[in-house]
Design a protein around this ligand. Structure first.
Ligand code: ADP
Ligand code: ADP
Length: 231
């Protein structure tokens, strides 16, 4: 499972200006959709609505996951179903493994670290000087944007949700970091439905479908090659 559907969705933050205007699309199970468009065109609003930061009003359309209106899904099961890789993760002032495992493997940091270690999934995507024990925000360890994204990716791998929401960084990462992260993200997307606010050309080129947004509407929809042909 993991099919997402927006059906005639209208949304306004303030009741006057339109953030989304009759938006309809489907993310078939296991496929990837990239949202592109200028700042303010409605991309983040789509992700926020899917995660229920805001709810639709009656008569303003429906958002469904596997055919079920998300207003009838509890916040807890929604959070289990959806993994989020934000543009800039806020991490706890604690070890890397704590940041990867919190909420999933009990509450004591020993328990969490043990579980995160035994899963070992994140070893291949992370390399910090003291490994799991590296403390975020202590001893001068400040993670770069790319490293923070790796922590998010590792955390999401352990959580194993059927749906992924990705908000790509607008600021350029250096090329080798970008490649590493892109690779990890692509692995993460296998077998999951994903919806990404896309800035990287590689994300746009590899998406199954691209939705081009302008002023709250989907103005074009298709594969990368089709959109290039149409100009
Ligand atoms: P994008 O992600 O494409 O940059 P957004 O979805 O953030 O666009 O914004 C869509 C529209 O909604 C814009 O006009 C924006 O100013 C407005 N908007 C976004 N967030 C808020 C908010 N929290 N309160 C009021 N208006 C908002
Ligand atoms: P991004 O470019 O990362 O999508 P935005 O610039 O759209 O970020 O929004 C950054 C934050 O400001 C968001 O939390 C959003 O809800 C809020 N925001 C965006 N536009 C408005 C607006 N017109 N009025 C109030 N808050 C807004």
């Amino acid at each position: 499972n993991g099919e997402i559907e927006f059906e005639n969705v209208n949304f306004s933050y303030d009741g006057r200006t339109t953030a989304l205007d009759n938006v309809s699309f489907k993310v078939p199970k296991g496929s990837s959709v990239a949202l592109v468009g200028e700042s303010g065109s409605g991309k983040s609003t789509i992700l926020r609505l899917l995660y229920r930061f805001y709810d639709l009003k009656d008569g303003e359309g429906r958002i469904m996951i596997d055919g079920q209106d998300i207003r009838n899904v509890t916040q807890a099961s929604l959070r289990r179903a959806i993994g989020v890789i934000p543009q800039d993760s806020i991490l706890f002032n604690s070890s890397i493994s704590y940041n990867i495992g919190y909420g999933k493997f009990g509450s004591s940091s020993d328990e969490i670290e043990a579980a995160a270690r035994s899963a070992q999934m994140h070893e291949r995507i992370m390399s910090f000087p003291d490994g799991y024990m590296t403390k975020v925000g202590e001893r001068g360890v400040r993670l770069s944007g790319g490293e923070k994204q790796r922590v998010s990716i590792a955390r999401t791998l352990l959580k194993n949700p059927p749906i992924l929401l990705l908000d790509e960084a607008t600021s350029a990462l250096d090329t080798s970091t970008e490649k590493d992260i892109q690779k990890a993200l692509q692995e993460l997307q296998v077998g999951r439905s994903s919806l990404a606010i896309a800035h990287r050309l590689s994300t746009i080129a590899t998406a199954d479908t691209i939705l081009v947004m302008r002023e709250g509407r989907i103005v074009e929809q298709g594969k990368h090659a089709d959109l290039i042909e149409r100009g």
